[in-house]
Write a protein that binds this ligand. Sequence first.
Ligand code: M6R
Length: 616
Amino acid sequence: MCGIVAYIGSREASPIVLKGLKRLEYRGYDSAGIALLNQHLTIYKKKGKVADLEETLAGRNLHAQVAMGHTRWATHGEPSDRNAHPHRSADGKLAMIHNGIIENYTQLKSELVHKGYTFTSDTDTEVLLNFIEDIRQNNGCGLEEALRIALKRVTGAYVLILMDEDQPDMLIAARKGSPLVIGIGKDEHGKTEHFLASDASPIVEYTREVIYVNDHELVIIKAGELVLKNLGNETLTPFVQRLDLELAAIEKGGYEHFMLKEIFEQPDTLFDCLRGRLDSQKGTLTMAGVENHIGQLKNASRIVIVACGTSWHAGLIAEYIIEELCRIPVEVEYASEFRYRNPVINKGDVIIAISQSGETADTIVAIGKAKEQGAFIFGVINAVGSSISRISHAGAYTHAGPEIGVASTKAFTAQLAILTVIALKIAHEKGSISNTRYRGLLDELHKIPQKARETLLLNDSIRDLAIKYKDAKDALYLGRGYNFPVALEGALKLKEISYIHAEGYPAAEMKHGPIALVDDTLPVIFVATKDSCYHKIVSNIQEIKARKGLVIAVISEGDQTIANMSDDCIVVPETDELLAPILNTIPLQLLAYHIGIAKGCDVDKPRNLAKSVTVE
Ligand code: M6R
């Protein structure tokens, strides 16, 4: 979704902002722009990539010590130069960038049209900007006060930054529902400088001192001083934190694409997320978020998991694992549905919110709703300091490091590892698991990073498979039990990265409809490692072969039965069926990646997709 970045200090601002926009490209966007404030306010914006904007800027005087930039993911109005941000107010004095949606913008717009305003774009942003300008003119107040009054009328989500031509040493920002991080640095002369961005990636190379702005807060940076206020004009004490992020983590490090880098990082990310938590020799699991709330968790009458996309698939696998080990009923909800239903939340219910970014708008609102009704919220989050991690009562970070590729890969397998740890810990405390099974699973979990490394050795053979199947028009992914959500995830990865239509299904459900699709051109990918459903899935494979479907099977080492029935096989290391989804997903990620590459797709930035879906 939209990315914002701004700089105010004593350096040349435009190179910092343009580099920041490139760091934010992974979020997904369709146009980019920059505003520079140096006596006069100058705005350049362009449909397309940041590189297209840079072409427009070539040879121009970009001298300014205050600048802000934006990558736009279209919501109101098509991707175009005129809808790109920054927007300029009707009096020409103000510029604004915005991430979010102003839900009552049509009402505000008609009020402004009635007063004689005209608009140069189709965006809700330009409406809000002129609304602020109008308040400033009519109330005779300053920009800060005008913004405060305007925001009280606004419904929706926003993070916005404003520039005022008449106050060139000032930036004002506000946040509700979309992320905003401020970096506080020192220039080469020791003077304070400030960076504002949607996430820490444009900031990390300049400073480690950051403030995560909360909802309903206003940031005023003027003459090198930062003031944080609430909408009631009370001054707040900013909480300055040290950023735990290495620059190398947000660069490609020799890989051609972030997605491939992140797939190959999985042995390390799995190791990192278990480090300090799992001690298989002693037979212990340490996780403060669970330990400090163990009563609440082990006595939960029900667990409701809310998430979107790939994180929702992790939730489906967690449902099976938690019910099996903890004997607590689990429901898995799409956050986008949960938030608009009237869900029954009872005392004693626990909500587990799963999110890589911790900024997914639907998940944030869904847990807010459950929290209002008294539920206990446990977050399983990757991005440290993100909104969901801050609004949860307790939680656990997945520690997979920044995920830049739009398709989620390493975050998913880290989510599975952490959710397994949580389930094991609750089950052990509750006494719903035998000691032998507990110790067996801990041993197996300990081996998972190394087995993930072995699984990655499949890369070359999967590249060959990708060449063979790249021209498929459709694909069917089938699995049973723990592997059914793996099938869903495999299908989602293929759709996202290669634009091939793919469906994931429980293998047994195939007979209730999708089998009609099967012919001698349809690749059917079975996730069929040895588990309690194994013999059933063998029959399902026979049913596909009987109809001449092309079977590609993910199987366990030494499984000659399925190997003999399949057109192609992907052999993965053996593990416990609870942990098999972690390993079985890896070849499906590689398959999607290589098919995407073979088809010439932009795998790190697939069309129409955004990394963090910060609007509903
Ligand atoms: O950051 P989140 O985990 O909350 O994001 C949820 C989905 O938007 C995300 O998983 C999406 O489906 C990815 N593109 C999947 O690869």
